[in-house]
Design a binder for this molecule. Structure first.
Ligand SMILES: [Zn+2]
Ligand SMILES: [Zn+2]
Length: 349
């Protein structure tokens, strides 16, 4: 089967790989129907890398598919089920998993071989940019066959966004500033809009992405290179946004400056190389609450309900769908800022 393989040092090759086999009773063979290119994949391919990954693994951690075969120990799913896949399931038995942090699972971290990094499928073990993947039962969540694969493939980033957004306890009437309108900023826009906030302002330098933000539910969009964001916000809010979501990476100082007193800041943008200077006194004097948001935990169980309900216009976030062999075209579009979420479909096999 044709597979997108990470070769280290920014290199990516299309290789032929054998169809994987079930080796454990609780593993399932998933026929992949759609896999997204993530910003993390771009970070992995940077030189030096802005995110670590294992060499020689098949990339692709944002995916959906159909269960084709299952080990004898799989009781909850059957061949033919359409499934969402949590690419970083905990082991369920270590101290971290049992204290509610499967995202910090000790065994997952051991598997990656790199201190501080979880053994995510598609980053540290073979992922989904190919025809088939082996996935453990605890990663699987059933979804309706009616949901198209290119929408279901958004489950993983949505799980991360739901996990982080829940910390904000957004309520109707609040004002939100979102920094960055990449796929993550747009998922926050859609999700917080559905939570009933009064006003969403999205700050983004790309005109293409600003237009997408409006389609996804933003009330106002602003180009921070052309307008003074602070002044813009003072015109639209009372003393700053109630909530600021940082969905870029290095902009936490701006988020702290632009949120109102007693407001909430969420750092979601993930750039391992970002190390901005923070004005500590501002956090103290404004009595801010600052949250971090990383990968989803105990949020996948909510996703089928959210996606099937159609409450979020997820299809608007998908800018292109390509066959797997066009991965380089997809990466180029993203690097030029001319794409949002790009979904790849496996080649005939
Ligand atoms: Zn991702
Ligand atoms: Zn664990």
């Amino acid at each position: 089967m044709l597979a997108v393989v990470f070769k280290g040092n920014g290199k990516l090759l299309l290789e032929n790989r054998p169809k994987p086999e079930i080796k454990s009773d609780t593993d399932a063979l998933i026929k992949i129907t759609g896999v997204g290119i993530c910003g993390t994949d771009l970070h992995i391919l940077q030189v030096p890398p802005a995110h670590p990954a294992a060499e020689n693994i098949i990339l692709g951690h944002e995916f959906t598919g159909i269960m084709e075969d299952a080990g004898d120990g799989i009781t909850e799913f059957k061949p033919g089920d359409h499934v969402l896949i949590d690419p970083h399931p905990g082991c369920g038995v270590c101290g971290q998993c049992r204290s509610g942090h499967p995202d910090r699972c000790i065994n997952l971290y051991k598997k990656s071989g790199i201190p501080g990094q979880a053994g995510t499928i598609g980053i540290f073990s073979n992922g989904a940019m190919t025809n088939y993947a082996i996935v453990p039962q605890q990663s699987l969540y059933r979804i309706s066959k009616e949901v198209p694969a290119y929408v279901a493939a958004l489950a993983e980033p949505l799980a991360c966004v739901v996990n982080a957004a829940q910390k904000l306890n957004a309520v109707p009437g609040e004002t939100v500033l979102i920094l960055g309108a990449g796929p993550i900023g747009l998922l926050f826009t859609e999700y917080l809009k559905a939570c009933g906030v009064a006003k969403i302002i999205v700050s983004e330098v790309s005109a293409y992405r600003r237009n997408k933000a409006l389609e996804c539910g933003a009330d106002f969009v602003v180009n921070p290179k052309e307008e003074n964001l602070e002044q813009y916000l003072l015109d639209k809010t009372i003393g700053g946004a109630d909530i600021v979501v940082e969905a870029v990476g290095p902009l936490l100082p701006d988020a702290i400056r632009l949120v109102r007193s007693d407001g909430k800041v969420l750092q979601f943008g993930h750039d391992e190389l970002a190390n901005p200077q923070i004005h500590v006194a501002e956090i103290v004097k404004k009595e801010l609450s600052i949250y971090g948001g990383f990968i989803g935990k105990f949020t996948f169980n909510k996703l089928a309900g959210i996606i099937e309900s159609g409450v979020l216009p997820l299809e608007k976030i998908v800018s292109h769908q390509f066959p797997l062999s066009k991965i380089h075209e997809g990466l180029a579009l993203l690097r030029q800022g001319n794409g949002l979420k790009i979904i790849l479909h496996p080649e005939e096999y």
